[in-house]
Design a protein around this ligand. Structure first.
Ligand code: MN3
Length: 250
């Protein structure tokens, strides 16, 4: 009885979520569902782990300083992972979901841990992307498919950067600024508060910059626009092109 009642409740919740989120991700959800069912024990993502930084702490100097990277990865991101695992400890049904799956359908997460998963699952997903879309000796002009998207959508890289940086500078308090592919397939700049990720709104994040003070304060203090400008010198366009390819297929 408990099981069937729970199924009904989950179904109702899921149905509600699907009104909001489904159109852009229906195929991908279908694929995920099959994969999870077939290989749930082998593919358990619990406990979630802090991914290693793909370069040295000092590798993004002078644009992002080594101490900021060390604290940002080793303390801030690590804490999101720890707290996500704590939140999921009593919810075995959620333990085989990837962090992305968890946050994509927040309504399916039990209410008692929903805020914790939103903040810490979001923090884990956001930072995992963030380390990957930067690299030593990065930056320069965009290349490949992302260059075409930027030119077609914004007219050119300079205009895109200006709009992105302005949005990041205007984000009040802590949050992120993103380039997303919307549910309608349009490319847009959006901002999110706290550790919210665009998938919570049905968008697919192509790239994003962290505008929490912990991302820049040691070097830039209150000069967030200066950090936003310098950040482009770290961007890994190859990785962003990979993300764009995945988004276009979903
Ligand atoms: Mn951060």
């Amino acid at each position: 009885m408990n099981i069937s009642r729970r199924a009904v409740l989950l179904g109702a919740t899921y149905g509600f979520a699907s009104l909001i989120v489904k159109p852009a991700v229906a195929n991908r959800d279908g694929v995920f569902a099959q994969t999870t069912a077939a290989t749930s024990s082998a593919q358990s993502s619990r406990p979630h782990k802090l991914p290693p930084l793909p370069y040295d702490f000092a590798a993004l100097e002078p644009h992002i300083d080594a101490q900021t990277m060390q604290l940002h990865h080793g303390k801030h991101h690590a804490t999101y992972v720890t707290r996500l695992n704590e939140a999921l400890a009593k919810h075995t049904a959620l333990q085989n979901k990837s962090p992305e799956e968890l946050i994509r359908d927040m309504n399916s997460v039990p209410e008692d841990i929903r805020t914790a998963v939103r903040n810490n699952g979001g923090g884990h997903v956001n930072h995992t992307m963030f380390w990957q879309i930067m690299k030593p000796q990065g930056g320069g002009e965009p290349s490949g498919q992302i260059a075409e998207v930027i030119k077609k959508t914004f007219g050119g890289f300079d205009t895109f950067k200006k709009q992105f940086n302005d949005a990041g500078a205007r984000q009040f308090g802590s949050g992120w600024v993103w380039l997303v592919r919307s549910r309608q397939g349009k490319y847009e700049i959006v901002t999110t508060p706290n550790q919210d990720n665009p998938v919570m709104m049905g968008h697919l994040p192509i790239l994003g910059n962290d505008v929490w003070e912990h991302a820049y304060y040691l070097k830039y203090q209150n000069r967030r626009p200066e950090y936003l400008q310098a950040w482009w010198n770290t961007v890994n366009w190859d990785e962003i092109n990979k993300r764009l390819g995945s988004a276009a297929r979903s």
